[in-house]
Write a protein that binds this ligand. Structure first.
Ligand code: MN
Length: 507
């Protein structure tokens, strides 16, 4: 049995206040007592599970409220503590979190392909506050770690639900570490045969790859130091089994077509150094053409930033090199949790919308780009600009499309009405699409739009987390221009109809 104590939780917290410590200790005692006669399927005390969930939350830097809610997350559902009890003991906010986690637990994925997308959306919309999602994700992670005690049919359902719903959400939240753990833990339960095939396939290659990785890492460190780079740090990884399996399926099951099975990660102190390190890598090893990707200038939809290149290691191995700053590294592993914990501590509260706006990759946020580093952009060499341009064609390439298809969230945007309702639209949608999605009357009389409180033009591309407010005028009518701004078929149809272009065919 794992060591547990409220002290351990407290030591994991970042600069907790007295109130924070008291809150976590109180929740600890309360949850332990509530679950005292409650056992897990393994026969162990149930509290082990709620404790483990809270510990994972503390480890990723979540604040006291979230950790306390993690300790309490199964008290309403499993041992009949009333919401009133939670409110009285811990207040509205913690009740809000625990209640949200409980509700989320009631949504079940039944393995129906056509419902996957709407269920993911429902998860996001139901959770209201992204902390609820994060508690659920950590709860799920611990359940998967102990899944062998669960009945076989149930095991498979939980693992499949994780692959289809939870892992994509973790990905969308930029929590790369969590996504990989959830996937690799579930894979063996859902697709045991494929799991075996892939692990055998990888086993054959692993030794050679590890040797190549060590060799390249060694040389790279030397070359970086020689070039005067300081405080860098390198590590290597072999691709997760599940993501390798998915990628193989897209590459005609030809492992020779997959170039990122072995990867080296280089963390350097500044964006400038990222580009310098890339040059150093290319001076040492021949890069594969068309594999240089600048996700610093062009972050992925979930906010991921890094430079990627793929090199011939010399012994016939192919290795992907990923170069990034410590901030980007943190971002790629923990995504939204980085912003959240900070915010939560600062305000001791946290409500719906702002948490979504904190999501990385969403427009105006603090994403670092070459242009906004501390150094003036004139110091950025021209060849970087060239990569940036080349990137466009890479992004339009087949591989990128494959990646997009695999991720529902990356071709939809989630925006909000001023009341906080979630509206999901195709990517690049405009306020015109938003207006028609709310109601055709609102669309037809649209006169202006505000995004996050600022007036914007009607061709503005909406971004995740935007709060969109539509202004209407009775006298306003759709114009031809609107057709160019519309992405959704519903908007196009109504505009065409209003312009008398084609009648709406009623069936
Ligand atoms: Mn649980």
């Amino acid at each position: 049995m794992e060591m547990q104590s409220s002290k351990e939780l407290v030591t994991l917290m970042h600069t907790p206040s007295k109130e924070d410590i008291a809150l976590v200790e109180k929740a600890y005692t309360f949850a332990m007592d509530a679950h005292k006669d409650h056992k897990r399927l393994s026969g162990e005390p149930y509290f082990i599970h709620t404790y483990a969930t809270a510990k994972k939350l503390a480890e990723i830097g979540m604040g006291a409220q979230t950790i306390a809610a993690g300790l309490l997350h199964d008290t309403i559902e499993d041992v009949g503590v009333s919401p009133e009890d939670i409110r009285r003991e811990f207040g509205d906010e913690i009740l809000f979190l625990v209640d949200g986690v409980t509700k989320l637990g009631k949504l079940r994925y039944q393995g129906l392909e056509r419902h996957v997308e709407s269920l993911r959306k429902l998860f996001v919309a139901t959770s209201q506050d992204v902390r609820i999602l994060i508690i659920r994700l950590m709860d799920r992670l611990h359940n998967l770690e102990t899944l062998e005690h669960v009945r076989e049919d149930k095991r498979k359902r939980i693992a499949l639900e994780t692959l289809e719903i939870y892992a994509p959400i973790a990905d969308r939240l930029g929590m790369g570490f969590l996504k990989r753990s959830l996937e690799d833990l579930s894979f063996a339960y859902v697709y045991p045969e494929d799991y075996k095939t892939i692990s055998d396939l990888l086993n054959d290659k692993e030794k050679k790859m590890e040797m190549a990785l060590n060799e390249v890492q060694h040389t790279l460190k030397r070359e970086l130091a020689k070039a005067g780079l300081r405080d860098f740090h390198t590590s290597s990884r072999i691709k997760g089994l599940y993501s390798l399996w998915r990628k193989l399926a897209r590459k005609d099951n030809d492992i020779e077509k997959i170039f990122d099975i072995a990867a080296i990660r280089v963390v350097v102190t500044s964006i400038d150094d990222c580009y310098r390190a890339l040059g150093i890598v290319h001076a040492q090893w021949r890069p594969l053409p068309g594999r240089i990707k600048d996700f610093i200038a062009f972050p992925k939809p979930n906010g991921y930033q890094s430079l990627h290149t793929t090199i011939f290691a010399g012994d016939g191995s192919i290795i992907e090199v990923q170069i990034r700053t410590p901030d980007m590294q943190k971002e790629s592993e923990w995504g939204i949790a980085n912003h959240l914990s900070y915010k939560e501590q600062g305000r001791g509260e946290g409500r719906f919308l702002w948490v979504w706006q904190m999501l990385p990759g969403f427009g105006k946020k603090k994403l670092a780009t070459p242009a906004d580093t501390t150094k003036p952009s004139s110091e950025i060499p021209e060849w970087i600009e060239e990569i940036a341009h080349a990137q466009r064609s890479v992004l339009e390439g087949e591989e990128f499309l494959d990646e997009l298809k695999g991720d529902f969230f990356s071709h939809r945007v989630f925006v909000f009405t001023p009341k906080g309702d979630v509206i999901d639209l195709p990517i690049d949608s405009s306020p015109v699409d938003f207006a028609y999605t709310i109601h055709s009357d609102i669309g037809d009389h649209l006169s202006g739009a505000k995004v996050n409180g600022k007036l914007v033009s009607l061709d503005t591309k909406l971004k995740n987390g935007d709060i969109v407010e539509i202004e209407t005028k009775k006298s306003n009518k759709p114009s031809k221009k609107w057709l160019e701004h519309a992405k959704t078929s519903i908007a196009k149809r109504h505009i065409r109809n209003a312009l008398g272009l084609t009648p709406i065919v009623k069936k």
